[in-house]
Design a protein around this ligand. Structure first.
Ligand code: MCN
Ligand code: CUM
Length: 827
C-alpha cells in the first residue's frame, strides 16, 4: 500500500516534512498549599438562615418570573426608531468561484436601501476578512470564492424584514462550481486546496501532541493486552431557543457603536471589534441581553455580526439581523467532527497501562473553534480520564474542508466531550475483551482518593476526586447487580438489554493566566459589588448567563459571604459599559472564575466593614468576629453591627481618613482548573424488530464540589443529560457528496422531545475543590460530556455477545436494525 492510501501515514509524512512535531505539554500543576486530600460528603452544606439564602439553599431562580411570563428581553425584542433590517445571500455551493454578483435588480425594489458585498468591505478598509478566535482568518464576505455551503455571499439592507428577505432572490450571483472536500482524509491529499488564500498550499492546518511518545510505545510493547478502535464523532449543532442576531446602532453624532448581540463573551467581542475595525474601544458598547441559550454557539464571531455593524455605520441607522432557524443550522459553529483511532494497553492483571490516540479534527473552512490559544484541540488531552495509567500519547491534526468553520460549540468543555467518549468507550471495550465486569474493571483502575492532587500522564494536575465514591453510589441507586442478573435472564430469552457506564472526569474553569488566553487576552474573570447606603447591593460580572441562573447563584454567593439577603443583591451581566472586564461564559468557567471573584470581592468588602464596625463599636478590629451577617465583639455577641448598619455608616459615619462607600472589584486568576466528575449508568432495551433503542433508566451521580444552589445544579444536569442523549441517539449534521447540508431544518435535524427523554435519576457526592475559595467546581457541561458514552456502552453491552464491538453515534434505528441483521438477528 502506498502511503497515500493510509491517511495517518500520510499525516506522519506531512508532519515530518513540516517539522511540526514539537511535543508540547500544557501542565496545569496543582498549586502549592493544596495538597491535602479532600473528604467526600453527601449532604449539601448550608450555613446561612433562609432569609439570607446563601449557599446550599434551593432558592427559586430570580430570572424565571420574566422568562415564564414571556417577558424576557431577547435581541429580537430590541426595536429602535428608524431601524433597518438585514438579510443574507448564501451560497448554494460548498466550493465555487464567484464570477459575478449583480445586485442591480434588488436595488430597484422599493424599500431596499443597500447591498453590501465583499468588494465593498474590502474598500472600507479590508474588512472582508476577520480573525478567528484561534488566530486563523475567515472571510466575512467572499470576493473570489466560497468555501462552504450556505456561506454568506452578500447582504441586503431594507426598511422591512420581508422586503430584505424577498430581495435576496433578485441578487444574481454567477458561480463556477469547484470540487468540494467533505472528507478530511481526502482533503489531506491536497489535490484540491480549500484555502488558496494562504501561502502554504495545504489543507493540513495544525498538528498537536501531548504526553510522552517513547514511554507510551514502551508501555505498549510490554502490554499483555492491547485493544484498538476507530470511532467517529459526527458534526452536531446546538439549538438554542433564540438564534444568533444583532441590532447595531451607530451614532454619527457621538461616534458610538452600540451592539445588541447574542454574545456569550461581550468584552472579548468588544475588543475584537475594536482591533479589527479601528474604532476606539470606549466607542463600542456590546449589550448581550437575554439571549435564549448559548451552549457555545454564541462564542464565535460570525460574518453576519460584522456585516450588521458595518451596515449601521454605512447607513447611519440602526440595523437588525436575526438568523432564521435554517441559517443557524447550516452556517453557525458546529461541534465534534473528530475521527479518533485509539489504542489502550493493559497488563496481565487487567490494569490499564497506556493510551495511544491519533485524531483528525475536521475544522471546516477555517479554524474558528473557540479554544484557548495554546490548545488547538482544546482540553482533549484530558483523555486518560478517571484512570491511573503509566503513559499516554495523544496526537491531533487539524484539517480544512469545505464545511462551515467552527468547532467546540455544544456544551463540551473545550473538546472534553470527545476525550470522555473515547476513554469511556475504550475502557468498556477493554473490560469486555478481558472478560471483566465493566463496573469492577473501572473500580480497579480508578485514580484513588489518596492520589490527589493527581498528575496525569498528559500533564494535568487534577485537584480532587473520589471516583469510586460516585460509581458505588450510582450502582447502589440503580441496583446494578440485580440488573446484571435480569440481563442474563433476558438474554437467555433472546431479549436485548444492555447496561452502560460512564465514569467521566471533566476539566473546567479556564483558566490560570500562565497557560490560558483567547487571542492573547488572559482568561481571568471578574466581579464588582457595590453596597448602597440602605444595605441593598448591585453586583456586576464579566461572565454572561444564557440560562444558567447567574442572577440567582451569584447573589447567593454574596449572601453567603456578607449575610446580605440574596434577594437584596441584583446581578447584572452582559453590558460592556458597566460590567468589569471578563472573558464570558463557556466551558463551565463562571463558577470557577467569576464565582471565585465574587467571593474575593465580598471578602474585600468584609475587611473594610470590619474597620467600620470597630470604629462604630469603639473596639479594636481584632476584638471582632464574623457571624453570618455582622461583625460582633468576641464573647459579647449583643455588641454587633450588621452589614446593613455598616453599609449605612460607610456613607454617613465612617472613620476619618477612610474612603466613603462600600464596594469592591476583583479580577480572579484561578491557580488551577477544577475537575468535576461523575458516574452515569444507563439501561437500554433494544427492539429487535425496529432497531429502536429505548433508554429505560438513567442514573447520574455528579460531583461538582460544594454546591451553591442544588436546584439550579439539578436543572443544569437535567438539561445537560438531555443534551447528551441527543447526539447519542438523534442529532447529526449530514452533508451530501457536494457538501450540501441535508439537515437544515428540525424536520431533518432531530432533537429529542419529552417523549424520548427518560426520567433522569440524579444523585450527588461532594468533593470540594481545594483551591477554589468556596470549594466549588463547574457543572454546566458535565452531563452532556458524560452521558453519550454511557448510552453507547449500554447499546454495545446489549449486543456484545452477538459480536458487536462498537457503534458510532447517533445510534439510529436503521443503524441498529442493519447491525442486527448482519449479526444474524432476524426478529
Ligand atoms: N452551580 C452551583 N454550584 C456549583 C456549580 C455551579 O450552584 N458547584 C450553578 C452556578 O452558580 C450556575 C450554574 O450552576 O448558576 C452553572 O454554573 P457553571 O458550571 O459555572 O457553568 P457556567 O455558568 O459557566 O455555564 C456554562 C455552561 C456551558 S459552557 C454551556 S455550553 C451551557 C451550560 O452551562 N449552556 C447553557 N448550561 C446551560 N444552561 C442553559 N439553560 N442554557 C445554556 O445555554
Ligand atoms: Cu463547549 S459549549 Mo459551552 O463551552 O459554551
Amino acid at each position: 500500500m502506498s502511503s497515500h492510501d493510509d491517511p495517518l501515514t500520510l499525516l506522519d509524512e506531512k508532519n515530518g516534512a513540516r517539522q511540526l512535531a514539537d511535543r508540547t505539554e500544557y501542565h496545569t500543576p496543582a498549586p502549592a498549599g493544596t495538597s491535602a486530600m479532600v473528604e467526600t460528603t453527601h449532604e449539601v452544606r448550608v450555613t446561612t438562615p433562609a432569609n439570607v439564602c446563601g449557599m446550599g439553599h434551593r432558592m427559586k431562580r430570580k430570572e424565571d418570573p420574566r422568562f415564564i411570563q414571556g417577558k424576557g428581553n431577547y435581541v429580537d425584542d430590541v426595536k429602535l426608531p428608524g431601524m433597518l433590517y438585514m438579510a443574507i445571500v448564501r451560497s448554494p455551493y460548498a466550493h465555487a468561484k464567484i464570477l459575478k454578483i449583480d445586485s442591480s435588480a434588488a436595488l430597484k425594489i422599493p424599500g431596499v436601501v443597500a447591498v453590501i458585498t465583499g468588494e465593498d468591505l474590502k474598500n472600507a478598509g479590508n474588512l472582508h476578512w476577520m480573525p478567528t478566535l484561534m488566530s486563523d482568518t475567515q472571510m466575512v464576505l467572499p470576493i473570489e470564492k466560497v468555501v462552504y455551503y450556505a456561506q454568506e455571499v452578500c447582504v441586503v439592507i431594507a426598511t422591512d424584514r420581508y422586503i430584505a428577505a424577498d430581495a435576496l432572490e433578485h441578487i444574481v450571483v454567477d458561480y463556477e462550481p469547484l470540487h468540494a472536500l467533505i472528507d478530511p482524509f481526502e482533503a489531506l491529499r491536497d489535490e484540491v486546496i480549500v484555502r488558496d488564500d494562504k501561502a502554504e498550499k495545504t489543507n493540513h492546518v495544525w498538528h498537536w501532541e501531548a504526553g510522552d511518545k517513547e514511554q507510551t510505545d514502551r508501555v505498549f510493547d510490554e502490554a499483555a493486552k492491547v485493544v484498538k478502535q476507530y470511532m467517529y464523532l459526527p458534526r452536531i449543532h446546538v439549538s438554542s431557543i433564540e438564534t444568533c442576531g444583532m441590532v447595531a446602532d451607530f451614532s454619527k453624532i457621538t461616534g458610538k457603536l452600540r451592539l445588541y448581540m447574542t454574545s456569550q463573551a461581550p468584552h472579548a467581542h468588544r475588543t475584537v471589534f475594536a482591533l479589527v475595525s479601528g474604532i476606539p474601544e470606549q466607542k463600542i458598547q456590546i449589550i448581550s441581553p437575554d439571549i435564549g441559550g448559548g451552549f457555545g454557539g454564541k462564542v464565535p464571531v460570525y460574518p453576519g455580526y460584522v456585516c450588521c455593524a458595518v451596515a449601521s455605520i454605512v447607513t447611519g441607522r440602526p440595523v437588525k439581523w436575526i438568523e432564521d432557524r435554517s441559517e443557524n443550522l447550516q452556517a453557525d459553529s458546529f461541534a465534534r467532527d473528530y475521527h479518533i483511532t485509539a489504542e489502550m494497553a493493559a497488563d496481565k492483571d487487567g490494569h490499564i497501562t497506556g493510551l495511544r490516540v491519533r485524531t483528525v479534527a475536521d475544522n471546516g473552512a477555517a479554524d474558528a473553534a473557540a479554544n484557548p490559544s495554546k490548545f488547538p484541540a482544546g482540553l482533549y488531552s484530558i483523555c486518560t480520564g478517571s484512570y491511573d495509567m503509566k503513559a499516554a500519547h495523544v496526537v491531533v491534526d487539524g484539517v480544512y474542508t469545505n464545511k462551515p468553520p467552527g468547532g467546540v460549540a455544544y456544551r463540551c468543555s473545550f473538546r472534553v466531550t470527545e476525550a470522555v467518549h473515547m476513554i469511556e468507550r475504550m475502557t468498556d471495550i477493554m473490560a469486555h475483551e478481558l472478560g471483566e465486569e465493566p463496573a469492577d474493571f473501572r473500580l480497579k483502575n480508578f485514580i484513588k482518593p489518596e492520589q490527589f492532587p493527581y498528575k496525569s500522564p498528559t500533564g494535568w494536575g487534577y485537584d480532587s476526586g473520589n471516583y469510586a465514591g460516585a460509581l458505588n453510589l450510582a450502582m447502589e441507586m440503580i441496583d446494578y447487580r440485580a440488573l446484571r442478573q435480569e440481563q442474563l435472564e433476558k438474554r437467555a430469552r433472546g431479549e436485548l438489554m444492555g447496561i452502560g457506564i460512564s465514569s467521566f472526569t471533566e476539566v473546567v474553569g479556564a483558566g490560570p493566566s500562565r497557560d490560558y488566553d483567547i487571542l492573547g487576552i488572559k482568561m481571568f474573570d471578574s466581579a464588582e459589588i457595590r453596597i448602597h447606603p440602605t444595605g441593598k447591593a448591585i453586583a456586576r460580572f464579566g461572565t454572561k448567563s444564557q440560562g444558567q441562573g447567574h442572577e440567582t447563584t451569584y447573589a447567593q454567593i454574596i449572601a453567603e459571604e456578607l449575610g446580605l439577603p440574596a434577594s437584596d443583591v441584583d446581578v447584572e451581566e452582559g453590558d460592556t459599559d458597566t460590567a468589569p472586564y471578563g472573558l464570558g461564559t463557556y466551558a463551565s468557567r463562571s463558577t470557577p472564575t467569576a464565582g471565585a471573584a465574587a467571593v474575593m470581592a465580598a471578602r474585600k468588602i468584609k475587611a473594610k466593614a470590619r474597620k467600620i464596625a470597630a470604629y462604630l463599636l469603639e473596639v479594636g478590629e481584632d476584638d471582632l468576629e464574623w457571624n453570618v451577617d455582622r461583625w460582633q465583639v468576641k464573647g459579647s455577641p449583643e455588641q454587633a453591627k450588621t452589614i446593613q448598619e455598616i453599609a449605612f455608616a460607610a456613607y454617613t459615619n465612617h472613620p476619618q481618613g477612610m474612603e466613603a462607600g462600600l464596594e469592591a472589584t476583583d479580577y480572579y486568576d484561578p491557580p488551577n482548573l477544577t475537575f468535576p466528575f461523575g458516574s452515569y449508568i444507563c439501561v437500554v432495551d433494544i427492539d429487535k424488530g425496529t432497531g429502536e433503542v429505548k433508554v429505560r433508566r438513567f442514573v447520574a451521580v455528579d460531583d461538582c464540589g460544594n454546591i451553591i444552589n442544588p436546584m439550579v445544579v439539578e436543572g443544569q444536569i437535567h438539561g445537560g443529560l438531555t443534551m447528551g442523549l441527543a447526539p447519542a441517539l438523534f442529532e447529526e449534521i449530514v452533508y451530501d457528496e457536494n457538501g450540501t447540508n441535508l439537515t437544515g431544518t428540525f424536520a431533518d435535524y432531530l432533537l429529542p422531545t419529552a417523549v424520548e427523554t427518560p426520567k433522569w435519576e440524579i444523585g450527588k457526592t461532594i468533593t470540594p475543590s481545594p483551591h477554589h475559595p468556596i470549594g466549588a467546581k463547574g457543572v454546566g457541561e458535565s452531563p452532556t460530556v458524560g452521558a453519550p458514552p454511557a448510552i453507547v456502552n449500554a447499546v454495545v453491552d446489549a449486543l456484545w455477545h452477538l459480536g458487536v464491538r462498537h457503534i458510532d453515534i447517533p445510534i439510529t434505528p436503521p443503524k441498529v436494525w442493519k447491525l442486527l441483521r448482519e449479526h444474524g438477528v432476524t426478529d
